[in-house]
Design a protein around this ligand. Structure first.
Ligand code: GTP
Ligand code: MG
Length: 172
């Protein structure tokens, strides 16, 4: 088709969960290159077209000192991608607390914006399954929004397309 919808997506999750690596696989291959990913400072904006959608992706830093930036974008995005490091069992409760803050935020709680979760780093032995991650994160409590969780390997891109296709379907 010729219609290009504008889609603004916020990508959040703890530092080191793999957000920037994963976004490099969402970007069309001609614009992404294989470079060493470094921790994001503040945030970074990515713009490209895919699936007939014009994407604006806000790649937020997950470092604790930058997490207060996340909420400044809640109002202006149509969807949220929350990346969870499925190998970081120690900090899963921190990720869950951050999700709590998101879900209780005035600009999110009564909205129907879809949330896509990636249980990332599935390639690492001992990684939590998506079902375990879903339970640890308490995703069943999300009752007024469409949500989906899928496992991913952000380095190879495995699982990334499946998640993004789910999201694209919810946004059209
Ligand atoms: P901040 O920008 O600091 O919030 O981190 P981030 O969430 O953007 O993480 P980033 O993409 O920088 O990845 C952190 C580290 O995890 C890097 O060394 C990546 O190579 C690695 N990594 C990301 N995804 C995966 C994955 O699926 N599997 C494995 N094994 N490593 C991954
Ligand atoms: Mg990053």
């Amino acid at each position: 088709g010729f219609l290009h919808y504008e889609v603004k997506i916020l990508v959040i999750g703890l530092d080191n969960s793999g957000k920037t690596t994963l976004i490099n696989h969402i970007k069309p291959s001609n614009t992404s290159s294989t470079f060493e990913v470094t921790p994001t400072v503040g945030y970074q904006v990515e713009e490209f077209s895919k699936h007939n959608l014009n994407f604006t992706i806000l790649d937020m830093s997950g470092e604790s000192r930058y997490r207060n930036l996340w909420e400044t974008y809640y109002e202006n995005v149509q969807a949220i991608i929350f990346v969870v490091d499925s190998t970081d069992k120690v900090r899963m409760c921190v990720a869950r607390d951050e999700l709590d803050e998101l879900l209780n935020h005035d600009h999110v709680k009564d909205r129907t914006c879809p949330i896509l979760f990636f249980a990332n780093k599935m390639d690492v032995p001992g990684a939590c399954t998506p079902v375990d991650t879903m339970k640890s994160m308490g995703l069943e409590r999300i009752t007024n929004k469409a949500w989906h969780i899928t496992s991913s390997n952000a380095i190879t891109g495995l699982g990334v397309d499946e998640g993004v296709e789910w999201l694209a379907e919810k946004l059209i």
